[in-house]
Design a binder for this molecule. Structure first.
Ligand code: NAP
Length: 253
């Protein structure tokens, strides 16, 4: 039986300073990859990269707003200069927003789309040149179960994440012949700082109530998502592309 080999790649993780992104950085580092932690919060990104370096991992932190194309291009240039060409991209940077539909101002709508959807577009475009040159690449976008089910209190966020799902499928079709796979993970009920913030603001129910809505009976962890990220970015997942891999305890079937 042919064995899949693990080659050390450069992995860029947006939103890498917290939650799902941070766990993805750690799982990809454990798989032997060099890690670029991109995040709005430059200080927390630096702390994650410093910690990885103490474990012997080549890691770099860049503070960047993914909705700013000039800043994204500069960040990827720095990654290339310091770590090498990008082989793996995980787009976990996201802006959660709760507003009743009538209260969504055009400015709010635009910001939520800019971060969640356009930010994903910017990063995919910034990464894909290296991948096509190498004839190998893995892109994993982080979408949301809200886009699979619809969401009454966050139509802007759900629409943006729906866009991420369809962008993912389109990129999968474009780049499949070039050795690049593109898949999306729509999380649901994962305990992260984002979820805790939403609970503190009274936008989400407490953990017990959330767990009751999940067939497996408990919330997920960032590691649950990161394990799927590690699989989708592996050599062994080379025949998997354009897929929506729900990691949600059965909340969406
Ligand atoms: P998190 O812990 O808040 O992590 C998200 C990270 O992205 C934070 O460090 C955040 O920085 C950063 N970020 C926000 N806006 C950014 C921007 N414009 N540019 C660069 N970085 C930015 O949240 P998480 O729960 O891990 O979420 C990760 C992804 O999963 C998000 O895309 C989210 O929409 C999605 N998701 C999560 C769940 C869940 O159950 N947790 C469910 C569905 C979807 P700041 O803290 O400074 O804003």
């Amino acid at each position: 039986m042919a064995q899949a080999t693990t080659t050390s790649r450069v992995a860029v993780v947006t939103g890498g300073a917290s939650g799902i992104g941070e766990a993805s950085c750690r799982h990809l580092a454990a798989a032997g990859h060099r890690i670029a932690v991109l995040d709005l919060d430059a200080e927390r990104a630096a702390a994650v990269a410093d910690d990885l370096r103490t474990q012997g991992v080549a890691a770099l932190a860049v503070g960047v707003d993914v909705s700013d194309r000039t800043a994204v291009d500069a960040a990827f240039d720095k990654v290339r200069a310091d770590l090498g060409p990008v082989g793996i991209l995980v787009t976990s940077a996201g802006l959660m927003a709760f507003d009743t539909f009538e209260d969504i101002t055009p400015e709010r709508w635009q910001r939520v789309l800019d971060v969640n959807l356009t930010g994903t577009f910017h990063c995919c475009q910034a990464a894909v040149g290296d991948m096509t040159s190498a004839g190998w690449g893995r892109i994993i976008t982080i979408s949301s179960s809200s886009a699979q089910r619809g969401s009454p209190n966050c139509a802007h966020y759900a629409a943006a994440k729906g866009g991420v799902i369809v962008l993912t499928k389109s990129l999968a079709r474009i780049y499949a012949p070039l050795g690049i796979t593109v898949n999306t993970i729509p999380p649901s009920g994962i305990e992260t700082p984002m979820q805790h913030r939403s609970q503190r603001e009274g936008r989400l129910p407490d953990n017990d109530a959330m767990a009751r809505a999940i067939p497996i009976g408990h919330l997920g962890t960032p590691d649950d998502i990161a394990a799927a990220v590690a699989y989708l970015s592996s050599e062994g997942a080379g025949f998997v592309t354009g897929q929506v891999l729900g990691v949600n305890g059965g909340a969406v079937l």
